[in-house]
Design a protein. Sequence first.
Length: 403
Amino acid sequence: MRSIWVIFCKDLVDTLRDRRALLASVLMPILLFPLLMLIMVGVQSKMRETDSERTLRLGIVHHGNAKEWVDDLRQRKGISVVDDFGVTGIAAKLDRDEVDAVILMSRDYDAMRKSETGTAYISLYFRGGRKLWVKDRISDDLDHLREELQDARYAELGISRSQLKVMEWGAVDLSSVREILGMVSGGIVPYFFVFLAFIGCMQPAVDLGVGEKERGSLETLMCAPVGRLSILTGKFLVVSGFGLMSALLSVASLFVSVQMVSVFFPDAMPSMIMDTLWDILRPGVILLILALLIPICAVFGSVMLCLSMVSNSFKEAQSLMSPLLLIVIVPVAIGLQPGLEIGARTLLIPFLNVTLITKAIIAGSATASQILICFGSMGALAILSLLICRQVLNRETVWLRNT
């Protein structure tokens, strides 16, 4: 038992002397969740602030009812009222994004709110899969209207709240199943793809860089009649290729998983959801998502190969690459938040843009311009990473072992 204790103490001291090991195993776990929490709460606060400053394009089908309340909404700052359409135009207005939400009043709204037994009804139509903030913006006004009407009617009739409901309203989400799936689970798909691409690039990068330096095979390779750029390019293609292969296999695994669920558990999911899943897994959608993985794997390949080449040992390379996962996972995790919409700025933030555009692709709401901006942003990052990697590896000392 004493010998075990001695070995334990010796190895513990050796590990504590390694600052990079401490960074990976102690400092990173301590910083990860506070950092992630602060960033996500900050993003949510900024989203709420931005949503409160937006102009709500509110369609109202009032049938001539509640004119005073409608006029009050017209004068309200931050609300633009549109009421030049009927009941049949509600879904079309929302589909074309001409309005953010639509309020539909019952035809007998005024008569019911003035009667002694009836209830006036209001329905709020919106697409939560696209704009979560809409319901929160208008619900306070509807609640206030209900309380105002009830208090006035109760005082007039001299009755209690339990005896009469003057007005009620309800929300109707017109989002399709595909839009809801894209909002709820669309962010999880790129999260796993990015993580698996990272893992797929890491091992070959360490082995082809510092691994060859430790084995002494890199010096032999440099004696061959090939330039350093050719050596670097070959290694980069292998590392990036392994990351892309890992991501490709994960896509195939997802496809097989859905197929197995439909075969072995046909009643586990409603047919509507299964049909939507197969619609999402069409070749065009899969190819778009796979194309997004190419610049991601290029970034991982160049950065990891660079870190591996500048390291002096296998252990040092792993400790240098561990913080890289934190840098990547944080923006991907931020993109998992529901309600975070695609914009010009978010599409330029690496890895966050991948999550958001994947959610939009799955939901079927991604536009060609958004996809091109995302590709351009990640492609520029991949090229920049390659240029930095080439510049760092131009030094002679990087290619040789420290003796």
